[in-house]
Design a protein around this ligand. Structure first.
Ligand code: ADE
Length: 419
C-alpha cells in the first residue's frame, strides 16, 4: 500500500492517543457501530483532505467501518500529527499522505495522490482538494458523486465557485450545521487557540492586551477565552453588526491600526488577507506576539514583514520566529502564521470534533443516498441530521431536557390567543 508519512515507528503512540481521544467522541462511536453493521459507504472511494489529528484518525476508522475505500491527506502543511498518520497506515491500512512541516510542493503532491484515487466522494477542509480538482485535475471529476466541506473558509470558496457556475458536483457545507460551528468554531477554536499560544510561548495571558481580528464564531471563542484568562481583549471588525455585538459583549472595538501599538498578543481569525499588514507591524510594541487561527496564513502579511525586517527571522523557540525591525523592535510570529491551534497545539478538543465529524460521517451517508439527485451546488446539512447529533450528544453527556406538552404544541401552532 502506498503512503507518505514521517515515521511508521511512531504508530504505537498514535494509536494510544487516538484511543484517548475516542473516549470523548461518543456520538462518533455510535455511528461507527451502526456503520459497521449497515455498511452505508460500501465500495465508495473517498478522498479526505483533513487535518490529520487523533480526532480525524477516529473519523477515518468510522468511514472505513462503513465500507469506504479511503485515502487521507493533510489539509495544512503544519497540522499533521505524525504518530496518527503512522498509526492509520500501520494498524488500519489506510493510505495516508501527510507529514508535519511538509513544503508546499509535497503538500500538493499529497493532494494529487488523493485525486489519483479517483474518488466518488471528497471530504475537504479548506477546499484545496476541490479547488485543485477543478483547476488542474479535471480527470478526477469523471467518477465524482459529491462531497462535504468542513470549514468556513472552504465554504466561502465553494460558494464563490457555485456563483460563477464553476462547481461541478454537489457539496454539503458541514461547517454551517449548528452542531458544528456553534461548538467547534466557538469553543473548539477558543480553547485550542489559547492552548497553542500558551504552548508556543508560555506567556501569562492575565494582564496582557490581546487583540482579536474578527468577531465571527471562531474569533468570539478566542475573545471569550482570552478574557477568561485575564486578558484585556480588543476586537477589530469590518462588519458593523458583529462590531456592535463585540461592544455589547464587553470588548473594546477599534481599527487594527489603533490596536497595533497597544496590543501584546494579536490573533486573527477572519478568513481574509492582510488583517495584520505592514503598517500594523510597523506600529507594534517591541516583543509583540502575532499569530493566526484562520484557515490560511494569508491573514498576516508575512512577506511584507520579511521585507521590513533586518535579516532572516530567528527561531527562538519551537513555533516562535522572531523578526527584528530596523529600529531594533522584535515581532514574534507563531507557527509561521499557520493555524496556531493545530501548529503549536493539538487542534480542537475531541469533545467538539465528535459533533463536527458526526456531521461529516452522516453527510457522507446522506450524499450517497441522494447520488445523482442533487444540483451542482453547496447544500446545507439537513436539519434532521443536526437535530439527531444534538440529541445524541446530550444523551451521551447524561443531560435530559423537557418535552413539549400537547397544549404547548397547540399553543405554538395557533395564532388566536393574545394578551
Ligand atoms: N480542526 C480543528 N481542530 C481539529 C482537530 N482536532 N482535528 C481535525 N480538524 C480540526
Amino acid at each position: 500500500m502506498k503512503h507518505h508519512v514521517k515515521d511508521l515507528d511512531l504508530a504505537p503512540s498514535g494509536r494510544l492517543r487516538m484511543e484517548w481521544a475516542e473516549r470523548e467522541m461518543p456520538v462518533l462511536r455510535q455511528i461507527r457501530e451502526r456503520f459497521a453493521a449497515e455498511q452505508p459507504l460500501k465500495g465508495v472511494r473517498l478522498s479526505a483532505c483533513l487535518h490529520v489529528t487523533t480526532e480525524t484518525g477516529n473519523l477515518a476508522r468510522v468511514l472505513q467501518a462503513g465500507g469506504a475505500d479511503l485515502v487521507l491527506v493533510a489539509s495544512n502543511p503544519l497540522s499533521t500529527q505524525d504518530d496518527v498518520a503512522a498509526a492509520l497506515v500501520t494498524y488500519d491500512e489506510i493510505p495516508v499522505y501527510a507529514i508535519k512541516g511538509e513544503d508546499n510542493a509535497t503538500y500538493y503532491a499529497h493532494i494529487h495522490a488523493a485525486l489519483d484515487h479517483k474518488p466518488h466522494m471528497t471530504m475537504d477542509d479548506g477546499a484545496d482538494l476541490v479547488g485543485t480538482m477543478h483547476k488542474s485535475r479535471r480527470d478526477a471529476l469523471d467518477t465524482i458523486i459529491g462531497g462535504t466541506e468542513e470549514t468556513t473558509t472552504g465554504v466561502i470558496r465553494l460558494r464563490a465557485m457555485a456563483k460563477e457556475g464553476a462547481l461541478e458536483y454537489p457539496i454539503i457545507a458541514v461547517n454551517d450545521a449548528l452542531t458544528k460551528h456553534l461548538f467547534d468554531n466557538r469553543y473548539g477554536t477558543g480553547q485550542s487557540t489559547l492552548d497553542g499560544i500558551i504552548r508556543a510561548t508560555n506567556v501569562l495571558i492575565a494582564g496582557k492586551t490581546v487583540v482579536v481580528g474578527g468577531y465571527g464564531w471562531c474569533s468570539r471563542g478566542i475573545a471569550m477565552r482570552a478574557k477568561g484568562l485575564g486578558g484585556n481583549v480588543i476586537v477589530t471588525e469590518v462588519d458593523p453588526l458583529k462590531a456592535l455585538e463585540a461592544v455589547m459583549d464587553g470588548f473594546r472595538v477599534m481599527p487594527m491600526l489603533e490596536a497595533a501599538p497597544i496590543g501584546d498578543i494579536f490573533v486573527t481569525s477572519t478568513g481574509d488577507i492582510n488583517v495584520v499588514d505592514t503598517q500594523h507591524f510597523a506600529a507594534m510594541k517591541d516583543g509583540a506576539i502575532v499569530c493566526n487561527s484562520g484557515h490560511f496564513n494569508v491573514e498576516l502579511n508575512l512577506p511584507g514583514l520579511a521585507e521590513m525586517a533586518v535579516g532572516a527571522p530567528r527561531r527562538i523557540r519551537p513555533f516562535v520566529e522572531q523578526y527584528v525591525l530596523p529600529d531594533g523592535r522584535h515581532i514574534n510570529i507563531l507557527g509561521e502564521g499557520r493555524l496556531v491551534n493545530l501548529a503549536a497545539a493539538e487542534g480542537h478538543p475531541s469533545a467538539v470534533m465528535d459533533m463536527s465529524f458526526a456531521n461529516q460521517a452522516l453527510c457522507a451517508e446522506y450524499m450517497l443516498a441522494h447520488a445523482g439527485k442533487l444540483e451542482h451546488a453547496v447544500y446545507a446539512v439537513p436539519e434532521a441530521i443536526d437535530q439527531a447529533i444534538a440529541q445524541l450528544k446530550l444523551a451521551a453527556m447524561g443531560v435530559e431536557i423537557d418535552v413539549l406538552s400537547e397544549a404547548q404544541k397547540h399553543y405554538l401552532a395557533s395564532w388566536q390567543e393574545g394578551t
